[in-house]
Design a protein around this ligand. Structure first.
Ligand SMILES: [Zn+2]
Length: 102
């Protein structure tokens, strides 16, 4: 692959030259569903408890559900595109530029 900036052939895919020291080269990560899951679990306990805690249970359930939905939406809609873009990223070993090419 030829560098889009200096024309050098000394390039490699980010995937192959993965270096955790450089934050821009880290592959995109999926959002964790751990905390929304824990929130929903707690809300169910609050709801099962009955009485005044039901209000907190409903609020926790709503916010956890919303967070979980946003995380799920990110993972299913945006993450694949980000990951594909990362996979199509090349780095020039001559000038250090990062360019995208499928
Ligand atoms: Zn270059």
């Amino acid at each position: 692959m030829e560098c889009s900036k200096c024309g050098s052939n000394n390039t490699q895919r980010l995937q192959d030259s993965f270096d955790a020291a450089l934050p821009t080269e880290v592959p995109p990560t999926k959002r964790s569903l751990k905390w929304p899951g824990i929130g929903i679990f707690i809300s169910l306990l609050l709801l099962a408890n009955g009485g005044e805690t039901i209000v907190f249970g409903v609020l926790t359930l709503m916010s956890s559900g919303f967070l979980g939905y946003k995380a799920y939406q990110f993972n299913s809609k945006f993450w694949p595109g980000l990951y594909m873009r990362w996979q199509a990223s090349w780095k020039c070993n001559e000038c250090g530029v990062i360019f995208h090419r499928p």
